[in-house]
Design a protein around this ligand. Structure first.
Ligand code: PMP
Length: 286
């Protein structure tokens, strides 16, 4: 069951007019929210980021947080599986094709849910290969825009090379992955770039940093050079659906000793503990 503009229906019945600005211009934003045991994880943070994305494209939020919460709750209830991946999508609606914003056009709102497929144990045990590429996206990567053509092309480079993710470099510095944030371990310190217009402010990125603060894991939020990436002891990838994954090969060469390292093992365990505690809902996760 999906939600489209006020109605709940099977996905096969959902239709969007061809003049929707999402279809014509990619003029819209989205969110992906993991659901564990039928409860959306970090919902308030995802809705805050949605508001940031909507502000970034100057589109009024069609719903209050309470309304979003109710709509998402109905979609979770209407789909099978305890763990789900919610996808919500807002476009500037249907209008005669013209780049300038239309006046008085209702936004298109779409919500669907898919089973949440977290990485299998084998992948956590071996880690994943990644490649690097020049970050050729625009300068508002903090907006979670549905116009994902650069990300699609960059991610496909990884697939074509038999790898799983493309790590992006801009002006000699690492920004993020094509669909993930990246941490590196260098001289025993966890490094990750500061949030700015060059990367998506990841919800999982925030959680890893909260864990690092709470557990006294040495870390620095600062620009990470290409050299530091290429000589890292460990590279970690984060996203809501991948959680935390170790990158064990970069451009065909082993990262560290080529196996998932101790920082990954620790952070992965702490992340799972954090999730458990938050989902059991007994106050502070720490
Ligand atoms: N960066 C990009 C470009 C992404 O698409 C994503 C999400 N897939 C992330 C980072 C990770 O964000 P989150 O932890 O909120 O899933």
């Amino acid at each position: 069951m999906i939600y489209l503009n006020g109605d709940f229906m099977p996905i096969e019945e959902a239709r969007v007019p061809v003049l929707d600005r999402g279809f014509i211009f990619g003029d819209g934003v989205y969110e992906v929210i993991p659901v564990y045991s039928r409860r959306p994880f970090r919902l308030a943070e995802h809705l805050r980021r949605l508001q940031h994305s909507l502000d970034g494209i100057r589109l009024a939020n069609p719903h209050s947080d309470e309304e979003w919460s109710a709509l998402l709750g109905r979609i979770v209830a209407g789909n099978a599986g305890e763990d789900q991946s919610l996808y919500l999508h807002v476009t500037r609606g249907v209008a005669r094709r013209d780049h300038a914003f239309p006046e008085d056009t209702a936004a298109t709102v779409f919500i669907m849910s898919n089973p949440l497929l977290v990485p299998p144990q084998e992948l956590l045990a071996t880690g994943i290969p990644a490649v690097t590429a020049a970050d050729n996206r625009w300068l508002r990567c903090d907006i979670k825009a549905i116009s994902l053509l650069p990300n699609v092309l960059l991610r496909q480079m990884a697939v074509d090379a038999g790898a799983r993710e493309t790590i992006l470099l801009r002006d000699g510095f690492m920004t993020e992955g094509a669909a993930s944030n990246i941490f590196v371990l260098k001289d025993g310190v966890l490094l990750t770039p500061p949030k700015n217009h060059l990367m998506l402010p990841g919800i999982t990125y925030d959680i890893v940093l909260e864990i690092a603060v709470a557990r006294g894991i040495r870390h620095e939020i600062r620009t990470v050079s290409e050299h530091e990436l290429r000589t890292a002891q460990e590279i970690l990838l984060t996203s809501s659906t991948k959680e935390i994954l170790p990158v064990t090969r970069l451009d065909g060469r082993p990262v560290g000793d080529g196996r998932p390292g101790a920082a990954f093992a620790l952070l992965h365990r702490l992340y799972q503990d954090y999730k458990e505690r938050v989902m059991r809902g007994n106050g502070s996760p720490f």
